[in-house]
Design a protein around this ligand. Sequence first.
Ligand SMILES: C[S@@+](CC[C@H](N)C(=O)[O-])C[C@H]1O[C@@H](n2cnc3c(N)ncnc32)[C@H](O)[C@@H]1O
Length: 375
Amino acid sequence: LSSYASIIGHRSMVFDDVRNTAYGLALDEVIRPDSVVLDLGSGLGIHGLMAAARGARRVYLVDPSPVNAVAAKVAAANAFANNVICIQERIENADLPEKVDVIVSVFTGNFLLEEDLLPSLFFARDRYLKADGKLIPGAAEMRVAPVTAESYFQKHISSWSQPSQAVDFSMIRKFAANATYYDGQLNREAEFLAEAKTLAALDFATAQQATCSNEIGFMAERDGICHGFLGWFRMQLGTTWLSTSPLKPAMHWSQVFLPVDPPLALQAGDQVSLKLTRPQFGEWSWIYEHNGLRQIRSTFLSHALDMVRLQAHNKAHKATLSEKGEVVKFVTTRMDGLNTVEMLVQSVIQEFGRRFSSAEELTEITRSILSQYGR
Ligand SMILES: C[S@@+](CC[C@H](N)C(=O)[O-])C[C@H]1O[C@@H](n2cnc3c(N)ncnc32)[C@H](O)[C@@H]1O
């Protein structure tokens, strides 16, 4: 189950007043008494219910998480049961009976592309938005600045060069230098060495892909050690922009820190370039250049080498089923509407009992297969 299946996990979004107030102003601009609204990825339904409170004729709350059923109760408790329809599905599988005037969503992850939710927004737009319909948000930009962040860098990167309990972990530093770091408060300690710039812009009305592959240059405004780049995004809500910059009021989003290791000693006037690549559902890669020295970093290099994962990228590889894969196959081929859960669990224990730690473990695995692939 994704983290969005946790009801209390939605608290930080439901009570993100800075964000929700900005969404409310954007809703004020577009909601009319005859408006039909899709709250895409509605969670506990905050934005859809705000649209209902502004008089929308009908509101669809679409979210595959079981939290959707709880949102239906919230809608009823707020006397919106008649015009709010909850659909517990991914938008790709939902079957809305009509097109909508407004799609409101929060499919902008940290640094915009994290979580890869935007492709589902583009899908929803193409299938359900009326020709003159409105998107909230309607556009977004990725912003970046080179920063000095000594204590943060010490904690996350250079600390690996010091032994822990006399054990040398210095070889791990290269993994740490290829990771991305999401943080709210700590990143606020970062000081900009140059003015932030827009790395990429997406118009949600027309975009087909949620990717980034752009290069920008910065000129250092002062001497300082560059420990990395800080990234965030801003988005267009109606006629205004809401920014997740560390210089703006905090919201539930985090900024991202892309380390530069070893740090660069910049002098005022120095040029630093940054190329950032992020394919849909892919890894983050950042290439930076200063004084003719070019360095490549990628989250791909931050993971432990996992041969199975690597082989999945090898087009010629002919895979076989793992132990767990065998169980998934065994259970799913018997999910035919005839076998009860009890029958399935017993046959799994009989077939695989000796290869797993306990009957309880197999029961849990079977239940999770049932909830993932069953209905
Ligand atoms: C960032 S949360 C936003 C929740 C809520 N809109 C809010 O702001 O409080 C994104 C939500 O999108 C849902 N989601 C993810 N993929 C989805 C899809 N393909 N279709 C519909 N909802 C999706 C998740 O379950 C999650 O609840």
